[in-house]
Design a binder for this molecule. Structure first.
Ligand code: DNO
Length: 397
């Protein structure tokens, strides 16, 4: 297992020297300043790589091993005429990365929005803060702030009544905060930051796109990318839709084990793989994570090892729990990943080790009141990583 850590670049308040102290050996990063759809020039990749890798000889070196993510332009997702240039640029970015020795690439195919939460500072009983998705608040936003066309068809009458009550009890500041949390963009997001009108317009582009059509668009993109990835020895790792279910009437096609079965049946290339984002998949109760870790073992190139705790009554609501204290058995998931590594060793497979990283740490102790990227705190993630490292060591003994 390779312990990795996400770094957002020179503006990240958690610096490369901070990361060096965590014990992580590999860096997960991206060229966040390059707009979606453009090629990542080799010089820019090398410059970013130097920021990560160059250090004084007495220091522990770090390596940029994983890209998270190269954004997939909306025109590719929509399969609009003229999208070929964006596919070519995506492939060119992958080629340039491979030339610099960076060969594990995480990406997603979520339309319009990347990961979505309603609360970025949900206070836990111990005083730390977590990220939370609250289905009722989400409905209040969708129905009464965004006022999306036909949104009411996605909710039953008691959900609508409850959402109205929540909306009416909110102050103007709370409405603005909720809106910003959902559409103004989170760190690492692959999509633009929207105002309400732009957001409505972006959603309406998908009005006539069914899940089947959308899946075809994903497969059309991959059928161009995968042959080149194979030649280059690049491993692609698709990240699931977070939360993994329908939202805003958008097609969402990487949510369950069945979705992954369909993906691999259509495109069996060994370069076609996944990011096992344990927290995302486990935020729906019908995803059995240890089972998925086993079933898709050979396809797992990267894993985010966090978990969520779902509300008892409303299973679509959750907060991000301590890495070992979520609704799923993280120890069993780690065991399956270690078994997969053993299997690879027996088969003399080249990519023996799976990159893992802690994800969405709590804001705790000195993280609190420090400007930072929600979910990407220093101490909170360090706690997650240290716990997971303990599990790995114990299971490997
Ligand atoms: C959230 C992340 C996602 C992820 C992308 C991958 O913290 O897990 O933003 O980076 O969806 O493409």
């Amino acid at each position: 297992m390779r312990e990795s850590w996400r770094w957002f670049g020179p503006n990240d308040p958690v610096t490369i020297d901070d990361i060096r102290q965590t014990g992580a050996t590999d860096i997960v990063s991206a060229l966040h300043d390059i707009p979606s759809g453009e090629t990542w020039p080799i010089e820019s990749i090398r410059r970013h790589q130097a920021l990560i890798e160059e250090c004084a000889p007495e220091l522990t070196p770090l390596k940029w091993a994983v890209v998270e993510s190269i954004p997939v332009h909306e025109n590719i997702k929509l399969a609009l005429p003229g999208n070929q240039v964006f596919i070519d640029n995506w492939i060119a970015s992958m080629e340039n990365l491979a030339q610099c020795g960076i060969k594990t690439i995480c990406y997603n195919f979520m339309p319009v929005i990347d990961w979505t939460r309603t609360d970025l500072k949900y206070k836990l009983p111990n005083g730390a803060y977590a990220l939370r998705f609250d289905q009722k608040k989400f409905a209040a936003f969708d129905l009464f702030i965004l006022q999306r066309d036909n949104a009411e068809t996605d909710y039953n009458s008691s959900e609508i009544i409850e959402a109205r009550q929540i909306f009416e009890a909110m102050s103007e500041n709370e409405k603005t905060e909720l809106t910003n949390n959902i559409i103004a963009g989170l760190p690492g997001k692959m999509t633009d930051s929207y105002g309400l009108d732009d957001f409505r317009a972006a959603l309406s582009n998908y009005q006539d796109i069914s899940s089947d059509t959308f899946r075809k668009n994903l497969f059309a993109f991959l059928s161009q990318v995968l042959p080149r990835a194979e030649e280059l020895g690049v491993k692609l790792a698709i990240h699931p839709d977070d939360p993994p279910r329908d939202m805003f009437g958008l097609p969402r096609v990487i949510c369950t084990a069945d979705d992954l079965d369909i993906l691999f049946e259509a495109l069996p290339s060994p370069s076609n793989g996944i990011t096992l984002c344990v927290g995302t998949y486990s935020s729906r109760p019908d995803n059995d994570l240890p089972k998925m870790a086993k079933q898709f073992g050979p396809r797992i190139h990267f894993s985010h090892l966090r978990g969520v705790s779902r509300d008892l009554e409303e299973q679509r609501s959750f907060y991000e729990a301590n890495h070992l204290d979520s609704d799923i058995d993280m120890i069993q998931v780690v065991k399956e990943l270690l078994n997969e590594e053993k299997r690879r060793k027996q088969n003399d497979s080249q990519d023996l080790e799976i990159f893992i990283r802690p994800d969405h740490g709590h804001e705790m102790m000195n993280d609190i009141d420090k400007a930072g990227n929600p979910g990407y705190s220093g101490i909170g993630r360090l706690k997650g990583l240290a716990e997971i490292r303990g599990v790995i060591r114990a299971l490997s003994a």
